[in-house]
Design a protein around this ligand. Structure first.
Ligand code: CA
Length: 224
């Protein structure tokens, strides 16, 4: 799942990015309102974390203009001023939730998860056939076999499990599992999908991750 962080304070932005990446999210950072609005308009993010006090264009104007453009991505506003007025203005502009600085990182993650849930994302376990991904322990299970995953493998498997029986192109995978530093000229996606397959589909007759030649991959329970 891919998140956009719009925050001009480098330390805060870096702290959020690092923490979310440790939670297996792909994270892009914009440092002013114009850049943030541009990235939010041109990429399909799952959640946007948007500071209110930003250079060039403030967060409230950014979220208002995104909504006018028809972009419905869940937005969590951040602000240093914890006033009722700011909160009302923020929510009126079309933001989905609000968090005052300073905040505990755990709370930020909990809010992000809650926003993902509103997009019909379930919380505890993602399941497909006999494959289960436990989002609390961050481990996968195929039948009774417990599978350890790296952060990237976890992010990739989560994306597959949220989109079963659907052909996922390399572009879609890149957009939801990698950030904007991703170099599309490489075969990184294929390499990671193969790592994941070796863990998930190894020693089993029933393969779940299938290649769609020339296009990408599909999580499917059935024949090739
Ligand atoms: Ca700021």
């Amino acid at each position: 799942m891919r998140i956009l962080v719009v925050e001009d304070e480098k330390k805060v932005a870096g702290f959020i990015k690092k923490g979310l990446e440790e939670e297996s999210y792909a994270v892009d950072v914009a440092s002013d309102g114009i850049e943030g609005e541009y990235l939010a308009s041109t990429n399909d993010y799952d959640v946007i974390i948007l500071d209110i006090m930003l250079p060039k264009k403030n967060g409230i104007d950014v979220v208002r203009d995104l909504r006018i453009k028809g972009i419905k991505t869940q937005v969590l506003l951040l602000t240093a001023r914890d006033t009722v007025e700011d909160k009302v203005r923020g929510l009126d502009s079309g933001a989905d939730d609000y968090l005052s600085k300073p905040f505990a990182f755990e709370e930020l993650v909990a809010r992000v998860r809650a926003l993902m849930r509103r997009k019909d994302y379930s919380l505890a376990e993602l399941k497909f056939a006999d494959l289960v991904l436990d989002q609390a322990t961050r481990k996968a299970k195929r039948g009774d076999t417990v599978i350890d995953l790296t952060a990237k493998e976890y992010g990739l498997l989560e994306y597959f499990l949220r989109n079963p029986n659907k052909v996922l192109t390399r572009t879609m995978i890149a957009e939801h599992v990698w950030d904007y530093t991703f170099d599309s000229d490489t075969n990184v996606i294929d390499v990671y999908v193969n790592h994941l397959r070796n863990k998930i589909d190894k020693d089993t007759f029933k393969k779940l991750i299938h290649t769609v030649r020339g296009i990408g991959y599909i999580l499917r329970d059935g024949e090739e």
